[in-house]
Structures are given as structure tokens and as C-alpha cells.
Design a protein around this ligand. Structure first.
Ligand code: CU
Length: 203
């Protein structure tokens, strides 16, 4: 979950509550003004202990819900910022991709020619450290509208945040690199974070 989603989730809670409270206050004011005009108030008519206790209880409950939701959102945001970003090492070569993950998991193309698969978590920044072992290539994920040239002997670092599972399914080399350039593709699999962690561990 990125910062924007955290914020939108909170706003979706705050705005309806604020609107409902505002509407209730306005309605109550109008009602009291209308119902109370020119009528003599009997003694004790300004004492409504039960109503006031219910009112205070409802207010306290709303405040409690908002405070808990806000601090939870803050915790999620802090955890996201504190955690080291997911790092994927990318090695481009004529004419294949190689993706290396922390802990030693490595993905390359299959012997039957199926392209290498890039697996990433959804909704958080993924840091790519890319290099080439031979000539210039380019890392291109069309759905992300992102491409970056990859140079031999030099590490190129970039961060991408894949919004949700299924958002992108494929990528390719977008820099002509020789005879089989057109075959230099990879598939993209975006997983929820917990599934991604299980996948990385389960090599
Ligand atoms: Cu290439």
C-alpha cells in the first residue's frame, strides 16, 4: 500500500463522518430554533442527562475510531518507509534476462525457451540494480510506461512501484542488441507482499 492509498483510505473514513456530523448539527439547530420559538420553557427543560450521556458516548466512540484508524495508517506508513526496499538485480545479456533476488533466488529463461520471469511485490517501491554483460540493452515494461538503458560494466539503479497484481505482465529489451533482440523478452508477475515474501523464501 503506497502513501496515496493510505491517505485515501483515511479520507474515505473521515469525510463521510464529518459530513454526517455537520448535517446532524445543522438539522438539530434548525429543529431547536423552529420548535422552541415563542414557547415558555417549563422548569428543568434544559436538563436531559440521558440524551447528553448518549451524545457524549457517540462522540467518544467516533473519536476513538478515528484515532485508532489514524495511528494504524501512520504505523503502516512508517513500516513501509523503514523497511529496506525490495531489491532485484537485473543482468541483461545477448539475448536473455537474469533476475537475482536477495537470498540467492535466480530466474532465467527456461530451457524450452519460455522467457525469464520477473517477480515483484505490488504497491511498494522495488529497487532495480541493472547491468549488462555484453552490449547496450534496455529494460522496458510497457504497462509501466518505463524504459531504462542498461550499460555493460556499469550498474544502473532505478525504482518502480507496481500498483497492483496483474498491472503489468510483460517486458522486453527495447534497445536493438543484435540478431535475436526481438526474442529478448521477460514476463512480469506482481504478487501481494506476503506472497512475494513466501516466493522469495521458497527457492
Ligand atoms: Cu537487448
Amino acid at each position: 500500500m503506497n502513501t496515496r492509498d493510505v491517505y485515501d483510505g483515511l479520507a474515505a473514513l473521515y469525510v463521510p463522518i464529518a459530513a454526517a456530523v455537520f448535517a446532524l448539527v445543522v438539522l438539530a439547530l434548525v429543529w431547536f430554533v423552529w420548535a422552541g420559538r415563542r414557547r415558555a420553557q417549563p422548569r428543568g427543560a434544559d436538563e436531559h442527562n440521558r440524551v447528553e450521556i448518549v451524545y457524549a458516548g457517540v462522540l467518544a466512540a467516533i473519536v476513538a475510531v478515528l484515532v485508532v484508524a489514524t495511528f494504524r495508517a501512520l504505523d503502516r506508513e512508517n513500516a513501509r518507509a523503514a523497511g529496506t526496499p525490495v531489491v532485484v538485480r537485473v543482468v541483461a545479456a545477448k539475448w536473455d534476462w537474469r533476475f537475482e533476488y536477495p537470498g540467492g533466488r535466480v530466474e532465467t529463461s527456461a530451457p524450452d525457451g519460455a522467457p525469464a520471469q520477473l517477480t515483484v511485490p505490488a504497491g511498494e517501491p522495488v529497487e532495480f540494480r541493472a547491468t549488462s554483460v555484453d552490449v547496450l540493452h534496455a529494460f522496458w515494461v510497457p504497462a509501466m510506461k518505463f524504459q531504462r538503458q542498461i550499460e555493460p560494466g556499469r550498474e544502473t539503479t532505478f525504482r518502480l512501484e507496481f500498483p497492483r497484481p496483474g498491472f503489468a505482465t510483460s517486458g522486453a529489451c527495447s534497445f536493438f542488441c543484435g540478431l535475436e533482440h526481438a526474442r529478448m523478452r521477460f514476463s512480469v508477475r506482481i504478487l501481494p507482499r506476503d506472497e512475494y515474501d513466501a516466493w522469495v523464501r521458497g527457492r
